[in-house]
Design a protein around this ligand. Structure first.
Ligand SMILES: Nc1nc2c(c(=O)[nH]1)N=C([C@H](O)[C@H](O)COP(=O)(O)OP(=O)(O)OP(=O)(O)O)CN2
Length: 152
C-alpha cells in the first residue's frame, strides 16, 4: 500500500508570559504554563535502518533550544517595554521576541527554530529531513498547529 511515514517527538517546558495591556482577558496578566510541543518530521528518504531521524537526534535538537532559550524563562514581546525593562533589571531569564506570545505566534516561530536545529544534524544531511507539523499546547485544553506549506 502506498503512503508516507512521519515520526513525532514530544517535549515539555515551563515558561512565563503575558499578552499585556492590549489583551482584554485574564491572559493580559503575567502567568505561567507547562508548555508541550509535539514535532512531526518527514524525510525524502529514510536512513539505512529505515528511520526518518533517530528520536534521540530529534530530541537533542529540541531540548537544546528549549533548555537554552525557553525553560523557566519569561517570553517577552519587545513591544512590551515595561515587562522587558523589569526582566532586564531583575536579571531574569528571558526570551525576547517580536510578537505577542499567543500560542499561534509561538508555534510558528518555534517551528522555524526547530527546523534550523534539525538542519545542523549530520544524520539528516541530504535526505530532506523536514519538520512538517508542530503542535504546541499552552494548556491541557488549548493548542495551536503549524503545518508546512505544501510544495507548489
Ligand atoms: N487564540 C488564542 N486564545 C487565547 C490564547 C492564545 O494564545 N491564543 N491565550 C490565552 C491565555 O494565555 C491562556 O493560556 C489560555 O487560557 P484559557 O482559555 O483559560 O485556557 P485553560 O485551559 O486555562 O481553560 P480553563 O477552562 O480556564 O482551564 C487565552 N486565549
Amino acid at each position: 500500500m502506498s503512503g508516507s511515514v512521519t515520526i513525532s517527538r514530544r517535549i515539555e517546558w515551563d515558561m512565563a508570559h503575558r499578552l499585556g495591556p492590549r489583551c482584554t482577558t485574564k491572559c493580559k496578566n503575567l502567568h505561567g504554563h507547562r508548555y508541550v510541543a509535539i514535532a512531526t518530521l518527514a524525510a525524502d528518504t529514510t536512513d539505512d535502518l529505515g528511520m526518518v531521524l533517530d528520536f534521540g537526534d530529534a530530541f537533542r535538537v529540541m531540548k537544546a533550544f528549549v533548555d537554552g532559550s525557553l525553560d523557566h524563562a519569561c517570553i517577552v514581546d519587545r513591544g512590551d517595554a515595561d515587562l522587558l525593562a523589569f526582566l532586564i533589571q531583575q536579571g531574569d531569564k528571558r526570551c525576547e521576541v517580536e510578537f505577542p506570545s499567543t500560542v499561534e505566534n509561538l508555534c510558528s516561530w518555534l517551528a522555524a527554530r526547530f527546523q534550523e536545529g534539525f538542519d545542523t544534524l549530520p544524520a539528516a544531511a541530504g535526505r530532506g529531513v523536514q519538520l512538517v507539523e508542530l503542535r504546541v499546547f499552552e494548556t491541557p485544553n488549548c493548542y495551536a498547529d503549524w503545518k508546512v506549506q505544501p510544495a507548489s
